[in-house]
Design a protein around this ligand. Structure first.
Ligand code: ZN
Ligand code: ZN
Length: 475
């Protein structure tokens, strides 16, 4: 077999092949293929490495590298202009160290996840993965890395609460001046893009704090894109408090003087300096980044209520604030012989994540599993023997009221199916495990899920089946 080193390929082609590697490990493997590849790499190591870094990070590479290379912070007395000019965004080739490669990958993953969330909530509610155009994605990522830099220069974990208390007003003013200088370097259109992405992150953080905790959002913002992704995934700020913030920062009842107006004050200073009208309060987070929002005027497929991006679809209903038990039809919620087995059947939806009060849910719900479960409920309408109202489509979009109604009409049918088909492995007298049959429903109660007696008479609860449609009036 002919050795690879003898392949009749021009150096230019080999060079080009290496620049297409999607990861540094792929590049490394390619270099090790043959001496010829290694030799070509050695002629342009910086350019090839940069090309691969570009494949990983995208056009935001100069911003991503600046995050890694920005010099350490020198405190309130550091010169604001020097800080703004330090380590400029570099567009040429340069050596990328192994440590930087690792960090680039990690940060690219954070920014990628943040873009997916941004896309789902501001661009297209039907896709969990980003559908931003390449131009939109570039604007978003450039802004996200610049926010990441700002938050790494002025992070929430530099000071503990007591140290902030010790900062005098002059020092606080100097830090605010440094923040303004850092963002004032960017052109107005790019600054507005950054403003939109900050607004989007603010929205995520606001959703994990209670209404009377809004002063915490400024502090949480200092955790940057990483904090935003964590808050979204955990539906809580607990992880941010533990890993990304100084001790005691969130337990101050007053506005924290160092973090109050963390971004807003900086933007205000710049709009004033540039004699610009500030963006309006009601401007959406999509305004300066997206060219087009998909389905902005869509309506609920059941009741035609307007909803746009707020409508619920299979891509976003894992965020739907609902507890499974609340979905049981009418009086079934109060039937003790139903609630227990139902809780078992839906135990996978209630594995108690850390912050149970998100969006007012008091029975904590594993909402990622909730999304899959809601999708499963759409299958029950095809179950034989049940005349469940048709017209619900797993691919359609619903307002919250209609999706709640759908669940109430269908969850009990799903549960009946589950209960009847469920089997458990039991140990028989001969010590062999044998499957036990699922639940055999007793005779249907005339009043079905509307039966009042099922709420207080134990014998009736188990003596009759209530997972059925009423055939008589109320009892
Ligand atoms: Zn509706
Ligand atoms: Zn009954």
């Amino acid at each position: 077999m002919r050795a690879l080193s003898a392949l009749p390929l021009d150096d230019d082609i080999v060079d080009r092949v290496m620049t297409f590697c999607p990861s540094f490990s792929c590049l490394q493997a390619t270099i090790l293929v043959s001496k010829a590849f290694y030799r070509v790499f050695q002629t342009h190591p910086k350019a090839i490495t940069r090309a691969v870094a570009y494949n990983i990070v995208g056009p935001g590479l100069p911003q991503a590298l600046r995050v890694l290379r920005y010099p350490p912070y020198n405190g309130p007395d550091a010169d604001a202009i020097e800080m703004a000019e330090a380590c400029r965004e570099e567009h040429g080739a340069s050596v990328i160290t192994a440590e930087e490669k690792q960090k680039l990958r990690e940060n690219a993953e954070i920014v990628g996840k943040l873009e997916d969330i941004y896309s789902l909530t501001t661009k297209d509610r039907t896709s969990k993965r980003s559908v931003l155009t390449s131009e939109e994605s570039w604007r978003f990522r450039r802004a996200a890395y610049r926010i990441m830099l700002y938050c790494s220069v002025f992070p929430g974990n530099r000071y503990e609460f007591d140290e902030i208390e010790a900062l005098d007003d002059q020092q606080i003013e100097k830090i605010r001046g440094q923040r303004t200088a850092m963002l004032n370097r960017y052109q107005t259109d790019e600054l507005l893009e950054l403003f939109s992405v900050v607004k989007f992150i603010q929205g995520i953080l606001s959703s994990v704090v209670d209404d009377d905790q809004s002063n915490m959002v400024d502090i949480l913002l200092s955790t940057g894109p990483e904090g935003a992704v964590l808050a979204w995934e955990e539906r809580s700020y607990d992880a941010l408090e533990m890993d990304l913030l100084g001790d005691g920062l969130l337990h101050d009842d007053e506005d924290n003087k160092l973090f109050a107006g963390y971004f807003t004050l900086t933007f205000e200073n710049i709009w004033t300096r540039r004699n610009l009208k500030p963006p309006k309060e009601e401007d959406p987070a999509s305004k300066w980044v997206l060219d087009e929002v998909i389905g902005a005027n869509d309506t609920c497929s059941q009741c035609a209520a307007p909803g746009g991006l707020q409508l619920l679809t299979s891509a976003n209903w894992d965020r739907f604030p609902v507890s499974p038990t609340a979905c049981l039809k009418n009086k079934l919620k109060s039937n003790a012989s139903i609630i227990g087995p139902f809780a078992q059947a839906t135990a996978h939806l209630a594995n108690l994540p850390s912050h149970s009060l998100f969006l007012g849910i008091h029975n904590a719900v594993n909402q990622a599993a909730l999304g899959a479960w809601i999708t499963e409920i759409f299958d029950v309408r095809r179950a034989p023997g049940f005349e469940v109202a048709d017209g619900w489509d797993v691919g359609a979009s619903y307002c919250a009221a209609c999706l709640s109604r759908f669940l109430e009409e269908h969850v009990w049918v799903w549960f009946l199916e589950e209960r009847v088909k469920s089997t458990c492995l039991c140990v028989s007298a001969s010590m062999l495990t044998v499957p036990a049959a699922g639940w055999v429903p007793p005779e249907d109660c005339w009043y079905g899920y509307n039966c009042n007696t099922q709420t207080h008479k134990a014998a009736h609860q188990t003596g009759k089946n209530h997972l059925c449609v009423p055939t008589r009036g109320s009892a």
